[in-house]
Design a protein around this ligand. Sequence first.
Ligand code: TRP
Length: 406
Amino acid sequence: MEQISTDPDFMRHLTAFGPFDTRPEGRVSSWAPTPGETLGGHAARQVLRLCEAAGLSGSDSAEYARTLLTALGPVAERPLDLPPPYDSFLSDDHSPVEYSLAFTPDARPTLRVLLEPGCGAESLAENGRVGLRAVRAMARRWGFDTQRLDELEDLFFPPDPEGPLALWCALELLPGGVPKVKVYLNPAASGEERSVATVREALRRLGHARAFASLPPSERPLFLALDLGDWEEPRAKVYLVHRDLRAPEAAGLSRTAGGPAQAEIARFFRTAAGHDVDGLGSPDGRDVPLDRRPGLSCHAFTETGTALPSGFTLHVPVRDYARHDGEALDRAVTLLRRHGMDPAPLVQALRAVTTRRPEDGVGLIAYLALVHQEGRPARVTVYISSEAYEVRPPAPAPRARAEAVH
Ligand code: TRP
């Protein structure tokens, strides 16, 4: 892993990159690939530019681009004109990379990268093994321990796993070149019917014996996520799927003790889903469900001994409820301003990942999320697709409304 900093491959990936990019705007594709462009080259360039948008130094940016290539492993070399390595669930076009900006009031947003280290593997079992190796290599490199993950290995890495993923990891790209690391595990690894038991047992082993009982009803758990490394309060997070979610139900999903104001969650939901312009209510007074891609809630457990979570997040998959990214961006800007955050870095970030105009596709903004962690101001997170392989064309008609009338 250490040899990567002098890896000549890294330079090769970046040869097409220049700080003054003169490629034309407005293509209906992501960066038009230069001949021989690789997945790693594409992603590394995006990271360099995103790091700039997030205010990171040049050396941190270069370090993080290298880190991303290392984490992707040999698939980084894969030419972009080949299809994606496999039908990864990580993003709609199966790019094994997705970005996000976590906004807080009065600070620059934090840039994060979600990736699937095992995306080049032949099987889901091997995908998981590659993922574990990648996370352990990070642990050695940055000097943290993986004990919390090791304790769960038998639950999430059975010999013949099922489900939509094996292991993803997310890196928070902080100033200094050493990221914070999170891993995402698949509760359905031992069968979807065992998801609930798997998550309950995982939480128990992590010291949260009573946590599962405090979760709201849901269709199923989607991920169990763990903070690894140098976190003030490492979290275990449970992501839940809520089919046909409406604003009032979304508002009631939080189980934190203090709890965010329900009205604030409902308002966020309606604005993100496009159910109104100002978040105050739908025009006909009815609440429209998210009947395409489901909404997700995430519950973060920190303090052992307390049954209740200390954090709550609502994820709205805006891309399935907007005609194009121009609309999604407008909603993101409204939400950021409402919560006291400057949307400028988001606009810059979108330009960092693609030359296409937001109106020319949908899915560049994948999710909008409202994050509450006890004792901290509310955060808004915007998930940004890599679109390494494909841009989803804009939808022909206002999708949420069209659905609402019948
Ligand atoms: N692509 C999957 C989805 O859209 C999983 C996923 C990727 C996801 N990034 C995410 C889920 C961010 C929630 C938030 O559901």
